[in-house]
Design a protein around this ligand. Structure first.
Ligand SMILES: [Zn+2]
Length: 345
């Protein structure tokens, strides 16, 4: 992975909440196994995990404090490979820990897409460190309840290909720029809307997962909404998707950021939810006599370094004119008003 690519990664990932942690090249050879001694820990580097064979009940995790200033106890490693899912091999392996609810939900959603629609595995990027805490280039991801996920993608021949960090426009078209200064190696991409929607639908409908928010560029939210309505997806799911998505200050047009609520047990242990607390969440907690707790003040030690847009742009050096054109379009997506929609808090 060359420096320019790293710089583009930074350009794509300017928002503290975005899916852009440190990007590392590594081989899985010699990678340490999970620290868990449990034989069924979903962390094998050799085999593809069958989610049905994982005893999720044997895990116990606790998410503490805030997503932007927190820690994780008993963090569960996302499998490097499971049916319909992979952890991005270009990310830091130490950044693949989540709560048991989150990891189980991701593995389950990947399996559902694979069973129903086939194709290639969904690519999962950073979650949290095993014990949580600050993660470079992320404003949150500190207690196992945040995860970045690439969209499912199609190549020029219309066939699924392994997802990359490319951004997509309002028609669902994108480009894998590869070498940023070289226009000749660009690969046109298309957003795989049906598989991407099915993955999101599975997460929303997984009641035990407690999905809270989806950080996503408004124009991609509209594409997914249109698809879901056309194919007659369950109305409560579509309505919840419409409500729980928000566009961060800088558009998430190259990946999702998913945020999950605290589990009820974790609330009692000190887990804190960010806003918004939706009516369905309040009802579900009221039924079991638990009340959500507000965020604690962010401590100085929880702060992380993020790269500014101009800094990243300078570091990227000369760019293929097509890359420049796309970066200009992103600025418009950022500035474009989307009436009635809120920016992410
Ligand atoms: Zn993120």
């Amino acid at each position: 992975m060359n420096f320019r690519f790293l710089a583009l990664v930074a350009l794509l990932c300017l928002v503290p909440l975005s899916g852009c942690g440190k990007t590392q090249s590594f081989s899985t050879a010699g990678v340490e196994r999970s620290s868990s001694s449990r034989p069924d820990a979903p962390s094998s580097t050799d085999e593809t995990i069958d989610p049905a064979e994982v005893d999720w009940g044997s895990f116990s995790s606790t998410s503490l404090r805030n997503p932007n200033d927190g820690s994780l106890v008993g963090g569960v490693p996302l499998p490097l490979s499971a049916r319909g899912l992979r952890f991005n091999p270009n990310r830091d392996l130490a950044a693949r820990y989540g709560t048991v609810e989150v990891v189980r939900a991701l593995v389950n959603a990947g399996r559902i897409v694979d069973e129903e629609l086939g194709g290639l595995p969904v690519t999962i990027n950073d979650l949290s460190y095993e014990r949580g805490g600050p993660m470079p280039h992320h404003g949150s991801h500190q207690n196992g309840r945040d995860v970045d996920v690439f969209f499912y993608q199609l190549g020029p021949d219309g066939k699924p290909l392994e997802s990359v960090g490319a951004f997509f426009d309002q028609s669902g078209l994108g480009v894998d720029f590869r070498q940023l200064a070289d226009p000749s190696d660009d690969v046109p991409l298309r957003l795989d809307v049906p598989r991407t929607w099915r993955f999101v639908q599975a997460l929303i409908e997984d009641e035990a997962a407690n999905l809270q928010s989806i950080y996503l560029a408004e124009h991609l939210r509209l594409l997914l909404l249109e698809h879901a309505r056309k194919r007659g997806a369950p109305e409560p799911t579509v309505a919840r998707f419409g409500e729980m998505t928000c566009q961060p200050e800088y558009p998430h047009d190259d990946h999702f950021h998913f945020r999950f609520y605290c589990s009820a047990d974790d609330i009692e242990a000190g887990c804190r939810d960010s806003d918004p607390i939706y009516a369905w969440r309040k009802r579900a907690l009221a039924e079991i006599g638990v009340e959500s707790l507000p965020l604690l003040p962010k401590r100085e030690r929880a702060r992380t370094k993020t790269v500014g847009h101009e800094e990243a742009r300078r570091a990227a050096g000369p760019l293929d004119p097509e890359v420049e054109r796309w970066l200009e379009r992103r600025k418009q997506w950022r500035a474009r008003p989307h009436p009635g929609r809120r920016y992410c808090p």
